[in-house]
Design a protein around this ligand. Structure first.
Ligand code: HEM
Length: 124
């Protein structure tokens, strides 16, 4: 068991499927090895990657077996009082899991729109 103390700045970096930390009740857990096997799915875990999942975890009503699993992944403590900072530093999910960016969506709308306008001009 480690008593390492983590800064919020460090915890938020670990938010990808290959490197996933989560904070529960002020403790830091490295859930990377378990994430793919999570019965609730990887995707839901990524929503809390590098973040506090205390409320979400409790709301699901996880079993005692889940609590035990979690304890096995304990790696240290979040610096006392750093919860708010952690939330402020919240980072977007890593690219490989991200929904298409707003630019991509705009491009998908604009390109056909310009093509139609161009065609109409050409015709007229
Ligand atoms: C952080 C470490 C976590 C561990 C070790 C964990 C572990 C587990 C385990 C063992 C189960 C199977 C049911 C049970 O034993 O309770 C489960 C189910 C589930 N978990 Fe997690 N969980 C974690 C985080 C989360 C988070 C943050 C969420 C977000 C809401 C979540 C959502 C769910 C859901 C929705 C199910 C139900 C899946 C189903 O029955 O269809 N879990 N989890």
């Amino acid at each position: 068991m480690s008593n390492r103390v983590f800064e919020a700045e460090e915890v938020v970096q670990h938010n990808s499927p290959k490197d996933l930390y989560m904070v529960f009740e002020g403790k830091v857990y490295d859930v990377t090895s378990f994430a793919e096997d999570h019965p609730g799915g990887l995707d839901i875990l990524l929503d809390y990657g590098g973040q506090d999942c205390t409320k979400a975890y409790r709301d699901v009503g996880h079993s005692a077996a889940a609590d035990e699993l979690l304890q096995e992944m304990y790696i240290g403590d979040l610096k006392p009082g750093a919860e708010e900072r952690l939330f402020e530093l919240r980072q977007p999910r890593t690219e490989e899991n991200d929904a298409p960016s707003i630019f991509m969506i705009l491009a998908l709308i604009l390109v056909p729109a310009l093509a139609v306008i161009g065609y109409m001009k050409f015709k007229g």
